[in-house]
Ligand binder design. Structure first.
Ligand SMILES: Cc1cc2nc3c(=O)[nH]c(=O)nc-3n(C[C@H](O)[C@H](O)[C@H](O)COP(=O)(O)O)c2cc1C
Length: 324
């Protein structure tokens, strides 16, 4: 039997990762499972993959840093409250975060009908349906009672005038800045000297402009389809953007990755690395850290199978030819 050594390691932003994928920033992970973000960060540390902690996480930057030793990435929104942003960047530096991700595709919050219907707000609007659901999930209720992390850890106590859940909503609503401009990127660049990534670029014209700024990469993303119904799929955008840009920027990708095969497709289209959101949230909700680790194992298995069946042994050799 011939044993083939497979190379799955990928180097980007001058950091060596064991695998070519990581996890996108998702707010409120700690509501799916107590201390959720800490558990996801631990799973990522174990497998040597990047985890992007969201501004809207339940566990704070400091809590995640204290529970782990591998540096994680931190995601920021473009916000009007500049003193909050300055402070968040300083906290990320102190927590030894390795990369800052600035999300650009939320100048206003989309009208998310399901969130409205389900009463997903801060504070949450409970109705009889929720009570019935909670009765059916006693383990979740018990676990949530055992943690003190049930709010927005990066915001509560860090934004001026925000000291309870209801004041968060008023503060967050005042933060959206529809006048989003490239100047904001320059301003953040001055505050953060490490690798800086712009998340939420779909239009190749924006990608070309981004290339002129002092940044290290972009994440081609449509926010998991949560912002604009009917928008371009991010995989189509990836194809157009990698055709257009020269090799200066690291181009990352997220949106709709559900298997190792999908990872191979995005890498073949020129993505440096691939991120995903919902898959790890499902794993976390189902089994906590164990569920996230199980997901990573399944992805590795699928990724290696797809790689070998594409006739490659090194993930770094994938190209468009592998798609056909
Ligand atoms: C529940 C949920 C919360 C999210 N919260 C954030 C966030 O706080 N910041 C952000 O930049 N993107 C956020 N996103 C978007 C993800 O980072 C990512 O772009 C998207 O989930 C990728 O698509 P996928 O879920 O199909 O993998 C969120 C997505 C979901 C599903």
């Amino acid at each position: 039997m011939i044993l083939v050594r497979l190379v799955l390691k990928k180097r980007f932003l001058d950091i060596q990762y064991n695998l070519p994928f990581g996890f996108s920033p998702c707010g409120m992970g700690g509501m799916l499972y107590p201390n959720g973000e800490i558990l996801v960060a631990k799973a990522c540390e174990k497998f040597g993959i990047p985890y992007i902690l969201s501004t809207m996480s339940i566990c704070s930057i400091e809590q995640v840093a204290e529970a782990t030793s591998a540096p994680f990435w931190f995601q920021l929104y473009v916000m009007r409250d500049k003193s909050f942003v300055e402070n968040a960047i300083m906290r990320a530096k102190e927590a030894n975060c390795s990369v800052l991700v600035l999300t650009l595709d939320l100048p206003v919050l989309a009208q998310r009908h399901q969130d409205i219907r389900n009463g997903l707000s801060a504070p949450p609007k409970f109705n009889l349906k929720h009570v019935w659901q909670m009765i059916q999930k006693p383990k979740w209720c018990f676990r949530m009672l055992t943690t003190k992390n049930r709010s927005f850890g990066n915001i509560l106590g860090h934004a001026k005038g925000v000291d309870d859940l209801s004041s968060i909503v008023a503060w967050a609503n005042a933060q959206f800045d529809p006048s989003l401009s490239w100047e904001y990127v320059n301003w953040v660049r001055k505050l953060w000297k490490g690798p800086l990534i712009l998340k939420g670029i779909l239009d190749e014209k924006d990608a070309v402009i981004a290339e002129k700024y002092d940044i290290n990469g972009i994440i081609v993303s449509n926010h998991g389809g949560r912002q604009l119904d009917g928008t371009l799929s991010s995989i189509l955008a990836l194809k157009k953007i990698t055709e257009k840009l020269n090799k200066k920027l690291n181009i990352f990708f997220d949106g709709g990755i559900r298997s190792g095969h999908d990872i191979v497709k995005a890498l073949s289209l020129g993505a440096k690395g691939v991120f995903m959101g919902r898959p790890y949230l499902y794993g976390l909700g189902a089994q906590g850290q164990n569920g996230v680790e199980r997901l990573i194992e399944v992805l590795i298995k699928e990724l290696t199978t797809a790689l070998v069946l594409c006739g490659e042994t090194n993930i770094n050799n994938l190209s468009r030819e592998n798609l056909y």
